[in-house]
Design a binder for this molecule. Structure first.
Ligand code: PEP
Length: 303
């Protein structure tokens, strides 16, 4: 009897200790995020749910050489192994490199993204690549509405909206890019432009679908120009985008959606940008082509 009581007491003590350790760990996670939110009083106030930051490298139409692409993927895969588990990493190579890059990323922490997709599954669409094709080679993220697609290839908002819906329907994550031109920035039209793009590109998207989408705020004047939006500018637009989502889908959804900043992000600017309460990641172009630079961006310092 006394032995049974003793075993019972040990079990209770061990399980309550484990319970308190777990509760302490959880409360620390919330406190850390809440502290960074309130210390950084530039953005929305209370963060109810921690959003997993996402750092993505858009290689655009680079590198020209297959060997260079493999070398870059191999270096990034190796450096990702020592990186944080609480950050998501994605590389977005050109279509011909997707499969070999995926092979190089095997066993690393980096996921695969694609730069574009068409909205039909198959058929007589010369030059196009479909979402089921991309899914079948391991793509998890697809860009939609990148400013280079909008300006050079004339993807309009209705095409971008259809792309977003199709990517979701086929079980992948759209990274929807929005952002204003230089003249629009100078004329103070940032919120109007981003708000309009969001309403057109997300037409018909349900609240549950919205939770899965990643938004990238990419001021067009900052893409590939070496001009980065200051953390204050970026944070204020991100806060606007989150408010926009809240008005349409409610606070809970808005608190879950990850919003990346994109526009000449470098190892020198990433830490300050990532310290902003509404910036949940970076979409990186130029600097994602150099393994050392992108590795430093992936392992940004939490200020
Ligand atoms: C991009 O391609 O989305 C981008 C932001 O490019 P860069 O970092 O070169 O400005």
């Amino acid at each position: 009897m006394a032995k049974n009581n003793f075993i019972f007491a040990v079990v209770i003590t061990v399980s309550s200790t484990l319970f308190f350790i777990e509760a302490f760990k959880n409360s620390r996670n919330f406190i850390t995020r809440d502290l960074s939110t309130s210390q950084n009083a530039r953005g929305s106030q209370l963060t109810m749910m921690a959003r997993k930051p996402i750092i993505a490298g858009n290689w655009k139409m680079n590198p020209v050489d297959f060997g260079e692409a493999l070398d870059l993927a191999e270096k990034l895969a190796a450096s990702s192994k020592t990186m944080a588990d609480d950050v998501e990493f994605v590389v977005i190579p050109p279509h011909p490199f997707l499969v070999p890059v995926k092979e190089k990323l095997e066993g690393s922490k980096i996921k695969l993204g694609a730069q574009n997709a068409f909205t039909e599954d198959k058929g007589a669409y010369t030059g196009a690549v479909s979402t089921p094709m991309l899914k079948s080679v391991g793509v998890e993220y697809i860009l939609a509405g990148h400013s280079e697609r909008r300006t050079i290839f004339k993807d309009d908002d209705s095409a971008v909206g259809r792309k977003v819906t199709k990517i979701l329907k086929d079980g992948m994550t759209p990274i929807l890019c929005v952002g204003e031109l230089k003249e629009e920035f100078e004329e103070g039209l940032v919120e109007q432009v981003c708000g309009l793009q969001l309403s057109k590109d997300l037409r018909g998207v349900t609240a549950d679908e919205m939770r899965k989408i990643v938004i990238a705020y990419e001021p067009v004047w900052a893409i590939g120009t070496g001009l980065t939006a200051t953390p204050e500018i970026a944070q204020s637009v991100h806060a606007f985008i989150r408010k926009w989502i809240e008005k349409k889908y409610g606070k809970e959804v808005a608190e879950e959606v990850r919003i990346q900043y994109g526009g000449s992000v470098t190892p020198e600017t990433v830490d300050e940008l990532m310290a902003c309460p509404d910036i949940d990641g970076a979409l990186v172009g130029g600097a994602s082509l150099a393994a050392d630079k992108f590795s430093r961006i992936m392992s940004y310092k939490k200020l």
